[in-house]
Design a protein around this ligand. Structure first.
Ligand code: SAH
Length: 263
């Protein structure tokens, strides 16, 4: 059946069999594993995941028509959920820790990741995430302090996740071809991480700093704290630095100070 890809839903289907196999192999799926796939589309990845015989496969697909096709194609072999991932409580799908796959719609990929890091921050619902991003976004996620792409996405990810770059993938592996390069990343939860009263404060603090990317951090510190001078000397942070010069742990400490302001 010919399927017309919907641009609005970020539909770029993976068609390169070697790449698909490689992606699935990364997870080293066993028969005990529970799998969740975000945006299965026509089932290109799902098909190969099924070959590994996992315990159960849930897929979440927003497109009604593709949902119907998947239900017919796989009958009771997989559980097809016709929902929007941004509105769905995927962490309640089952009690087992999930392996999550997603050739994500590029227009919402950072929203999905931020949702998993900040909102469901206990992160006890997955074992690993194997996700495809537009290369430029992946570069932002993995970039280190003092580099050009370093920013909020790097800091938020670094807070809760171990990140591994797997491979860059060229547009010719997809149909229709996207205009951009893609990158596959693997994430696993960190057991040891900085505890906040509310992780949204880390989002807020980093937003304030990085919305003034070129300015000295003194401006952002002033905005957050009346006694910004004392706080910066306590944390040994030089107020003349720029936001990209502060390490993730500097941001964690600043956020903690911010949380201490309001009991
Ligand atoms: N995994 C497939 C398709 C990837 S394209 C493959 O690699 O071939 C991205 C898929 O995500 C599409 O099927 C699209 O319909 C679906 N999608 C887009 N927005 C979504 C959302 N908010 N929630 C769930 N699925 C979504």
């Amino acid at each position: 059946m010919k399927i017309k890809a919907k641009k609005s839903l970020g539909q770029n289907f993976l068609v390169d069999k070697n790449i698909i196999k490689k992606i699935v192999d990364i997870a080293k799926i066993t028969e005990k594993d529970h799998i969740l796939e975000i945006g299965p589309g026509t089932g290109n990845l799902t098909e190969i995941i099924l070959e590994k015989n996992p315990n159960k496969i849930h897929v979440i697909e927003k497109d009604n028509k593709l949902t119907e096709i998947l239900k017919k194609k796989y009958e009771n072999k997989i559980i097809v959920i016709n929902e929007d991932i941004l509105k769905f409580s995927e962490h309640l799908i089952c009690n087992e820790k999930l392996i999550v796959f997603g050739n994500l719609p590029y227009n919402i990929s950072t929203q999905i990741l931020a949702k998993w890091i900040i909102k469901n921050h206990k992160i006890d619902w997955f074992k690993s995430l194997i996700l495809m991003f537009q290369k430029e976004v992946a570069d932002r996620i993995i970039s280190q302090v003092n580099s050009k792409n370093y920013g909020r996405l790097s800091i938020l990810s670094e807070w809760r996740l171990k990140i591994e770059k797997i491979i860059d993938i060229s547009p010719s592996c997809f149909l229709p071809k996207p205009k951009v390069q893609s990158t596959l990343l693997k994430f696993t939860p960190k057991n040891d991480y900085f505890i906040f009263n509310n992780p949204k404060n880390l989002e807020k603090v980093t937003r304030i700093f990085f919305s003034q990317r070129r300015k000295k951090i003194k401006h952002s510190m002033k905005q957050l704290f009346n006694n910004y001078y004392d706080i910066s000397s306590k944390l040994k942070i030089d107020l003349n630095l720029r936001p990209q010069n502060l390490s993730p742990s500097d941001y964690f400490l600043i956020t903690k100070e911010y949380e201490n302001l309001s009991p």
